[in-house]
Write a protein that binds this ligand. Structure first.
Ligand code: DNO
Length: 395
């Protein structure tokens, strides 16, 4: 397996030398500065690539092997194949990436919000902080801050009552905080930051779009883009929904093995692949992670490895250290290594230690939420240890 590291570009607090020092060799990055929907040019991709890959003589080489992500504009999610111009622009970006020889592209198909949390710095018993999704706080936001008109029907009477108590106890700062965290889009998100009124409008634009229709739109998108990817040898990898269930009454269609199976059946192209994310899929107790890795092994080109711990009835969760929590990482890596051994050396799975606790010096620094250097490096070191023990040291 190839050791990846998500790098947010030249302005990010974590530098390319920092990445080298973690031992990672493969950069996962995007042109975050380009507005969603605008086609990337080959020059833009090449400039970023030479920044990553032009290695000073005394430094170890890095290669940009995964684009995470080329964002999919809202119009495609709402209109599917009818959003012709937006799909053409996406294909143009894909072609620019392919022309530079970058073999893997990650994307997601979550409407309105990408990955969602309610707390960025939840203090763990070690003093390190983690990201957390608290179902009651989320419901408080949905019902009493966003005041989504038909929200009540998505919660039980007991949920609504608890959410109300939580909301009543929130200070103005806490209300501002949760609003910012949910609506302003977390780092790397592929959706636009929104104000509360714009958020409400976006939700209204999705009325009438149920899971079947959203799935149809994704299939239409895949039918349009996979021929271009296949012709250029690029693998597309769909990131799972995070968390893997409906939020704000919006459909989500990449949350389970059955969701992925429907997409692979509909669009069998070898370019139609999966970003296997243990942190996202693992939030659902009914997602058997090693079984999913085994079932879709040949479709997995990119893996996000991290663990979560479900709290209470499982709708609340926090991000654990990589080998703790509800994910059996050894069993997962056994499956991925078995698949890797079936492949040629240039086709191995790129993995990255996904997210990480904010710890040690990072507690006093400005960090990209979810992506501090030290917590991710701890995770990568642990994952690398497992791979050595499995007789499959990463490169
Ligand atoms: C969060 C990430 C997401 C993910 C995109 C993939 O940490 O997993 O931002 O990269 O949803 O398109």
């Amino acid at each position: 397996m190839r050791q990846g590291w998500r790098w947010f570009g030249p302005e990010a607090p974590v530098t390319l030398d920092d990445v080298r020092q973690t031992g990672a060799t493969n950069i996962v990055s995007s042109l975050h500065q380009v507005p969603i929907g605008r086609a990337w040019t080959e020059k833009e991709v090449r400039d970023r690539q030479s920044l990553i890959e032009t290695t000073p003589g005394d430094r170890s080489p890095l290669v940009w092997s995964v684009v995470e992500s080329i964002p999919i504009p809202d119009a495609v999610k709402r209109k599917g194949g009818e959003a012709r111009a937006e799909i053409e622009a996406w294909i143009a970006s894909l072609e620019a990436v392919a022309a530079c020889g970058i073999p893997i592209v990650c994307y997601n198909f979550m409407p309105v919000v990408d990955w969602t949390r309610t707390e960025l710095d939840f203090v763990t018993p070690t003093g390190a902080t983690a990201m957390r999704f608290d179902h009651e706080r989320f419901a408080a936001f949905d019902l009493f801050i966003l005041e989504r008109p038909d929200a009540a029907q998505h919660y039980s009477a007991e949920d609504r009552e608890r959410a109300h108590i939580v909301f009543e106890a929130m200070s103005d700062d806490e209300i501002a905080d949760i609003t910012r965290i949910i609506t302003s889009a977390l780092p790397g998100s592929t959706t636009e930051p929104l104000t509360i009124p714009a958020f409400r409008e976006k939700l209204v634009a999705y009325s009438g779009i149920d899971a079947a229709r959203l799935r149809r739109h994704l299939i239409e998108f895949l039918e349009a883009v996979t021929p271009a990817a296949e012709a250029r040898g690029v693998k597309l990898t769909l990131h799972p929904d995070d968390p893997p269930r409906s939020l704000f009454g919006l459909p989500r269609i990449a949350s389970s093995a059955e969701d992925y199976a429907a997409l692979f059946d509909a669009v069998p192209s070898a370019a139609n692949g999966m970003c296997y994310c243990t942190g996202s899929l693992g939030v659902r107790a009914d997602n058997d992670l090693p079984a999913i890795a085994r079932r879709f092994a040949s479709r997995i080109h990119f893996a996000h490895l991290r663990a979560t711990t479900r709290e209470g009835d499982g709708r609340t969760f926090h991000e654990s250290a990589h080998l703790e929590g509800d994910v059996d990482m050894v069993a997962v890596l056994r499956e991925l290594v078995a698949e890797d051994r079936r492949r040629g050396p240039d086709d191995t799975i790129v993995f990255r230690s996904d997210h990480g606790h904010r710890m040690l010096d990072d507690l006093d620094k400005t960090v990209t939420p979810g992506y501090p250097a030290i917590g991710r490096m701890r995770g990568l070191a642990e994952l690398r240890g497992i791979l050595h023990a499995l007789g499959a040291p990463p490169n």
